[in-house]
Design a protein around this ligand. Structure first.
Ligand SMILES: Cc1cc2nc3c(=O)[nH]c(=O)nc-3n(C[C@H](O)[C@H](O)[C@H](O)COP(=O)(O)O)c2cc1C
Length: 324
């Protein structure tokens, strides 16, 4: 059976990935199976020492692959995760059907520019959807969203104060067209919701020695603040999965949830620092009574997009996604 691997990879690569690193590569094995492997050079050596986010990203791309196969009338007969290595082997065959979530693959995006108010029917649908998923805890109370926002501001600032973390983040920021990787990977100014002048400012604030100087005079916190945009969210969703789950499976579930949200008319803006900082994650776990056997994966601000909003989603060309 032959497949258009470039088409599958390009569609599947629309899945989210940490810092838009797009670490997954697709290849056809001699055994006829489709292999997904991670380009370890794209792992965040500071922000993701253990390679967890890399695996979650690969898992999201794996779910994207299964969806893309279905769209071509193929089904993933067996999916094997390769032990400790960030890779998956996928056997496929005929008889696949398109999952209704395929219609959201082009629509879903990470939205960082602030949301518009959700209609009552949308908030009701969100409420009922959350209730159907044991890995989602919905926080819609305005005071609670404010409390989470405050935690996000505090934790983000603490992360930014780590120069190595900041430099790594900056290295994945594509703040202007002069960056050779602008438009293909990383976090572009438009994707971050920044105008040209704001992008210039962001590059300056996060660089040395400006960061330390501005931080000393208390200017970093207001400059990096996301609070007003966080407040525009209809809700915050805490996404938590079993502690012992393979992160590749976590990534598969994460992508499905985001596509399901998109189908309800909501896009998400993660606050992963809340999960990455153990103390903050423990605080949220206690405060919102998350299951003890679960790990907080991330917290999403969710809401509808302004009408006519266009999200920038930069991706690598197919030639770089298909290996071998
Ligand atoms: C594991 C993981 C963690 C992420 N954490 C954040 C985050 O903390 N803040 C954020 O703005 N986006 C976060 N994202 C979203 C990615 O930056 C986003 O998926 C990527 O830039 C591609 O853009 P798209 O989702 O619009 O396709 C995360 C994505 C993944 C998979």
């Amino acid at each position: 059976m032959t497949i258009d691997i470039a088409h599958i990879a390009t569609t599947a690569n629309l899945a989210p990935s940490v810092h838009n690193t797009q670490p997954t590569r697709w290849s056809l094995g001699e055994d006829g199976a489709l292999w997904l492997t991670a380009d370890l050079a794209r792992q965040l050596s500071v922000g993701d020492v253990a390679g967890r986010d890399l695996r979650v990203s690969l898992g999201a791309a794996l779910e994207g692959t299964v969806l893309a196969l279905g769209q071509q009338g193929l089904c993933a007969r067996a999916v094997e995760l390769q032990g400790e290595t960030p890779a998956a082997r996928l056997e496929f065959g005929g008889g696949g059907v398109a999952d209704p979530l395929c219609s959201q693959v082009n629509r879903r995006c990470t939205w960082r520019r602030g949301f518009v108010a959700a209609r009552t029917d949308q908030t009701q649908a969100l409420d009922s959807w959350s209730g159907q998923h044991s890995d989602i805890t919905l926080v819609a109370d305005r005071d609670e969203i404010e409390a989470i926002s405050t935690l996000n501001e505090r934790t983000s600032l603490a992360f930014y104060r780590n120069a190595r973390y900041r430099h790594e983040l900056l290295s994945w920021m594509r703040l202007g067209p002069s960056d050779p990787n602008y438009g293909v990977d990383g976090l572009s100014a438009p994707a971050l919701g920044l105008s040209r002048i704001e992008a210039f400012g962001a590059g300056l604030v996060l660089s040395d020695p400006a960061f330390s100087i501005l931080d000393t005079v208390g200017l970093v916190a207001p400059l990096i603040s996301e609070a007003s945009r966080t407040r525009s969210a209809a809700a915050v969703l805490l996404f938590h999965r079993p502690e012992d789950e393979n992160p590749i499976d976590t990534g598969r579930a994460l992508y499905r949830r985001l596509l399901e949200l998109s189908a309800l008319g909501f896009q998400a803006w993660p606050m992963s620092v809340l999960a990455d900082d153990p103390q903050t994650a423990a605080e949220l776990t206690g405060r919102y009574g998350l299951p003890e056997q679960d790990r907080l994966i991330t917290a999403w601000r969710v809401g509808p997009l302004p009408s006519g909003a266009i999200a920038k989603r930069e991706r690598l060309p197919a030639g770089m996604l298909v290996a071998g």
